[in-house]
Structure formats: structure tokens, C-alpha cells
Design a protein around this ligand. Structure first.
Ligand SMILES: Nc1ncnc2c1ncn2[C@@H]1O[C@H](COP(=O)(O)OP(=O)(O)OP(=O)(O)O)[C@@H](O)[C@H]1O
Ligand SMILES: [Mg+2]
Length: 155
């Protein structure tokens, strides 16, 4: 996960400007059983939204947490957030909040995020914070492959 977060941030480095980014990943995170390219795309879409819909110097936090049966990854910001009752609508195809029509976009970023996360057996949802928006990804925790799996294959 650390690598994927890093490469998503790298990809958007220029657009992040001076925005303070706090990354909080626990040391004991297991390896994730996922398509790394697709998860990077999900994170990039969420980070791009923070860049588009919050003021230029507004901070962003990326954190992860390990729960019994899942791993949670949260991208949160301190912008205007999502108006009450719109938390699910913004995931619909081509749906954009009217207040954001000044920013370019087609309204597919979150739809794609949801399709990718659901293909991995997970869920993704938006939560209003005070202030700001949080996008939470919950991925199922799979059993870790043994670290010497290649030796087992060679035997
Ligand atoms: N972090 C956020 N803060 C406030 N509003 C947000 C945030 N993220 C998304 N939104 C709202 O949800 C809408 C849908 O987001 P989505 O990423 O699906 O589409 P988009 O950014 O408009 O276009 P694109 O297809 O280029 O991603 C956005 O138009 C915006 O109104
Ligand atoms: Mg978007």
C-alpha cells in the first residue's frame, strides 16, 4: 500500500503544489491482494478530486487502518465537503455537483473508483467531516501468502 500511495502522489506531484499532505500508514499493514495499477488509479482519482475541489493550500490526509477482516484506506480533505444527502449520488455515472461546474470533469472518476474497488470485493463511500470530505475504501483482508512462496514453487 505504501508503494501505491507513493506512486499515486508522484503522478500528481505537480498539481499538489504546496498542499500539506499527511500520510499515516501503520507499520504492520499486510501485503494487499490487489491489482496495484488499478488501486493506484483509484487513489489518483481521489487525490485529483481533492486538488480540484478544495482550495490550493488546503491540506489532505491519507491514512490506513487494519481491522480484523478488512483494510481501510481513507483520503480526506478540509474543503467544502459533500452536501448532506449527496454522498451516494456523486458515485453515479456523469454526476457532478452544480457548485463544481467551474472545474473541468466528466463525473466518471468516482464511478470508476467504485467499479474497481467492488471488483476487489471491497466498498468505497464518502463521508462528510467537519470540515471536509472523506473517501473511505474498505478492502477485504486476505490471508498473507507465505514469504518463501517462490521456494515452495521451485520444490
Ligand atoms: N473531495 C471532494 N470535495 C468536494 N466535492 C467532491 C470531492 N470529490 C468529488 N466531489 C464531487 O463529486 C463529483 C463527482 O466526482 P467524480 O470524480 O466522479 O467526477 P469529476 O471530478 O467531476 O470528473 P472526472 O470524471 O474528471 O473525475 C464532482 O464533480 C464533485 O462535485
Ligand atoms: Mg474526479
Amino acid at each position: 500500500l505504501e508503494e501505491i500511495v507513493g506512486s499515486a502522489l508522484n503522478r500528481l506531484e505537480k498539481n499538489l503544489g504546496d498542499r500539506p499532505v499527511t500520510i499515516c500508514l501503520p507499520d504492520d499493514l499486510p501485503l494487499l491482494w490487489i491489482d496495484a495499477v488499478l488501486l493506484e488509479q483509484v487513489l489518483a482519482n481521489l487525490i485529483e478530486n481533492v486538488i480540484k475541489y478544495t482550495p490550493p493550500n488546503s491540506p489532505m490526509d491519507i491514512s490506513a487502518e487494519r481491522l480484523a477482516a478488512s483494510i481501510t484506506v481513507t483520503v480526506s480533505d478540509y474543503g467544502q465537503g459533500i452536501p448532506k444527502g449527496m454522498e451516494e449520488k456523486i458515485f453515479a455515472k456523469f454526476y457532478r455537483l452544480e457548485s463544481d461546474s467551474l472545474q473541468s470533469g466528466v463525473g466518471l472518476g468516482l464511478t470508476l473508483c467504485r467499479a474497481i474497488i467492488e471488483a476487489h470485493g471491497g466498498i468505497i463511500y464518502a463521508r462528510q467531516q467537519s470540515p471536509g470530505a472523506a473517501f473511505v475504501i474498505e478492502l477485504p483482508a486476505h490471508q498473507q501468502p507465505p514469504l518463501n512462496w517462490h521456494e515452495a514453487l521451485e520444490a
